[in-house]
Design a protein around this ligand. Structure first.
Ligand code: QAP
Ligand code: CO
Length: 176
């Protein structure tokens, strides 16, 4: 298992569209295991392969209180979304320190393969429904800040680019 580096907004690679997985094999299981480890270590509830610069349709989620109910969704497809909408604050491991309100379908039904290549259908509401939609957006190259106003998005971009520059400088100072 390995921790994978997480791309940070506004990295252009976050906008690549992921390709369907052809076979769920050891390579995909290893990727999912690494993604789960990376998500746990970063204290996230969801992570899409796009965020670790792998452009294949794989997401991992664990919205359980005890963080002991990991889900692997390969080639997820939305079968149904409710007309009922909910607005809640979202964050993202690729947009650290930023949280803002996004409107989503309150309930969804999704079909996906699990880590063994078994087809499953999931009916979700609450946080799981929101998380599935957020992670599926990543696979389409979409980051939640794109639902915010251009003004907010611009401010977020500036803030994160500044933080990134400071990180680089810090690492350079450490090496010196
Ligand atoms: C997506 O996001 C999500 O800024 C998953 O400093 C978020 O795991 C779906 C995180 C909210 C539904 C609701 C963000 C951790 C984790 C940060 C995450 C941070 C540390 C975000
Ligand atoms: Co995200």
């Amino acid at each position: 298992m390995a921790l994978l580096p997480i791309l940070r907004y506004p990295d252009p690679r976050l906008h690549k569209v992921a390709q369907p997985v052809r076979v769920v094999d050891e390579r995909i299981r290893a990727l999912a295991a690494d993604m789960l480890q990376t998500m746990r270590q970063a204290e996230g509830i969801g992570l899409a392969a796009t965020q670790v610069d792998v452009h294949e349709r794989v997401i991992v989620i664990d919205v359980s209180e005890k963080r002991d109910a990991p889900m692997v969704l390969v080639n997820p497809e939305l079968l149904w979304t409710s007309d009922e909408r909910v607005k809640g604050d979202e964050g993202c491991l690729s947009v650290p320190g930023i949280y803002d309100g996004v409107e989503r379908a309150a309930q969804v039904r999704v079909r996906a393969l699990d880590e063994h290549g078994q087809a499953r259908e999931i009916a979700a509401d609450g946080l799981l429904a929101v998380c599935i939609q957020h992670e599926m957006d990543h696979l389409m190259g979409k980051v939640f800040v794109e639902y915010l106003s251009p003004l907010k998005r611009g401010r977020i971009k500036t803030k994160l680019l500044k933080a990134e520059r400071q990180d680089v400088q810090e690492r350079e100072r450490e090496r010196a």
